[in-house]
Design a binder for this molecule. Structure first.
Ligand SMILES: *[C@@H]1O[C@H](CO)[C@@H](O)[C@H](O)[C@H]1NC(C)=O
Ligand SMILES: *[C@@H]1O[C@H](CO)[C@@H](O)[C@H](O)[C@H]1NC(C)=O
Length: 361
């Protein structure tokens, strides 16, 4: 009986002995796995879930349709290159195919090419989501008012900073470390002026007539029977210490290439246009000379003659080049690309009422 008992008693130890290595190794494995997941940087990833999220994210981008901008008329009839890559604007589709009118999110109309009435404007009703953009870079004096346009557009694109899609002729960007530092071009002339449009009624003509009595002004351009090409323009402007950046019409925010090109070419612009205050909305106050700072053309001439002799004071007009560089806009492409960007960011209802009072006052 005791033997029987012994046998029966010894059975479990005997089974335990057989199982022991398995139990221990299982426990060890479990410990190891737990420690591994706890202390290693092994991140619990659910690959299939992540792939799902990525795909969902990607497809939400891919299914977002391109913004279609219809160029209703090429400005002055001249097509321009349409790529927004240098503006870092994506997912824009441009077309001049009027058959896409029903699909276009925006339609660009160049004021000059509307030609005075609504004859060559779309005749079909405007799709509910579509915005019409009034595009003009001429000053009010050089643009014809068209009464029918007063309440027609949704947006404006103009040099004026208070337009919906402002496109000034130029603006200053910060210099980047990789940019070439400014080098003053070689100067062999003091004052230069290039002018094509001569009108004795213009303030600039009267000012010039008086100023030239006190200082030599090198003149070029159509008005002086000296047509020049782009290369000659660059050579002439950069070789003068001062350039007369006299606008043909004087309007708020109307700063044309007449100031931005000399600034870019390393020449001090002597400006006539809106007030100094308004110039300083666009460029640093020590980057130009304003005719209104002088009571007479002679006083201005005397200042330029003084600056010709004082290198320190002259070079101070280029201090801004340590911080900024001029970026000029491209007539057409900048408007089209900025319009696309604007439409992508502003999808709500918008209407521009009273265009004529806003622009022509
Ligand atoms: C040039 O201008 C600087 C700064 O205004 C002045 O200190 C210096 O005396 C001037 N030099 C001459 C020769 O006028
Ligand atoms: C655009 O402007 C017109 C005219 O004011 C208006 O009827 C239309 O609803 C506007 N469309 C959008 C998308 O804002």
């Amino acid at each position: 009986s005791s033997a029987k008992l012994n046998i029966s008693m010894s059975t479990p130890p005997c089974q335990w002995t057989t199982l022991r290595p398995y139990v221990f190794s299982s426990l060890l494995l479990l410990c190891f796995v737990t420690l591994f997941f706890t202390y290693s940087n092994f991140e619990m990833k659910f690959p299939s879930f992540n792939i799902f999220v990525d795909r969902a994210r990607q497809s939400s981008v891919d299914t977002e349709p391109d913004t279609i901008v219809l160029i209703w008329m090429w400005p002055f009839g001249v097509p321009f290159d349409l790529s927004c890559s240098k503006f870092n604007i994506k997912k824009c589709q441009f077309t001049d195919d009027k058959a896409l009118y029903d699909k276009a999110h925006g339609v660009l109309f160049h004021h000059r090419d509307i030609h005075g009435n609504l004859e060559n404007m779309p005749k079909e009703p405007r799709p509910w989501f579509q915005k019409w953009v009034w595009f003009n870079m001429e000053s009010p004096e050089n643009s014809g008012l068209i009464p029918e346009l007063d309440d027609l557009f949704n947006l404006t694109s103009n040099y004026r900073l208070d337009s919906n899609i402002p496109v000034p002729y130029g603006h200053l960007e910060p210099v980047k470390p990789e940019d070439e530092s400014f080098k003053m071009p070689v100067k062999d002339k003091l004052v230069c002026w290039i002018v094509s449009n001569w009108n004795t009624q213009y303030r600039r003509v009267q000012f010039y007539d008086e100023m030239k009595e006190h200082i030599e002004i090198h003149t070029y351009g159509n008005a002086f029977g000296k047509n020049i090409n782009d290369q000659e323009y660059t050579n002439i402007v950069s070789s003068c210490k001062f350039y007369l950046a006299f606008e043909n019409s004087l309007y708020h925010d109307y700063l044309s290439d007449k100031i931005y090109s000399p600034m870019k070419l390393g020449t001090v612009p002597v400006v006539m246009g809106p007030s100094r205050r308004n110039y300083e909305d666009h460029v640093p106050g020590d980057s130009f000379i304003h005719v209104d700072d002088f009571s007479t053309p002679k006083e201005l001439a005397d200042r330029l003659l003084y600056l010709d002799k004082n290198e320190t004071e002259y070079t101070a007009y280029f201090d801004w080049t340590n911080r900024f560089k001029v970026q000029q806009s491209s007539f057409g492409p900048t408007h089209a690309c900025e319009t696309c960007r604007y439409l992508q960011r502003n999808k709500g209802y918008q209407a521009f009422h009273g265009l004529n009072k806003w622009y022509w006052g």
